[in-house]
Design a protein. Structure first.
Length: 174
């Protein structure tokens, strides 16, 4: 796996075992998080969606009320960011809107070994992911994990700030 579940748990402030074995997500796991955005506490649900297409029938329910999208990929995947295009299109455009989620409401996290953080993993995404903010890092060593979580939280806060501003503009501050 790419480390979606471990990253999701870490973002929620939960511990992750030091020796991790791959335990594939079945369906979806939801983590509740509270973040301080522009002086206001914002409650967030992080939906850790299985990468197994056997759960594809649950995707419409997962899209309901979707305000932002965080895509996590394995930096070792030879398909690169292109492997995420299907997931992007399913969730960013699946809610019935013509334009989908604004680029400011999306985040791409590339997770791998530090040795895999080559130039290809440093390049900006293209195609449907063009313009999406990128965080990259490793879940190998404690210092790497802390840096990845810190950078991902900061990027997520930027996404949440955009979501909050959009809701305020709509007059729907839920």
């Amino acid at each position: 796996g790419a480390g979606k579940t471990a990253l999701c748990k870490l973002l929620a402030g939960r511990a992750v075992p030091e020796t991790r074995t791959h335990d594939p997500t079945e369906g979806v796991r939801i983590e509740e998080v509270e973040r301080d955005i522009d002086g206001k506490t914002v409650s967030v649900q992080l939906w850790d969606c299985s990468g197994d297409l056997a759960y594809e029938t649950s995707h419409p329910a997962m899209r309901l009320g979707l305000d932002a999208l965080v895509l996590v990929r394995d930096a070792e995947d030879p398909a690169g960011d292109g492997a995420l295009e299907r997931w992007h299109d399913t969730f960013a455009f699946g809610g019935g809107t013509d334009d989908g989620l604004a680029v400011e409401k999306k985040l791409l996290v590339r997770v791998g070994k530090m040795s895999d953080m080559s130039d290809a993993n440093a390049s900006p995404p293209n195609g449907v992911l063009a313009g999406v903010r990128v965080v990259r890092g490793s879940l190998e060593q404690k210092a790497d994990i802390e840096a990845l979580v810190k950078e991902t939280r900061a990027a997520l806060d930027g996404v949440l700030a955009e979501v909050t501003r959009a809701r305020t503009r709509r007059g729907n501050d839920r």
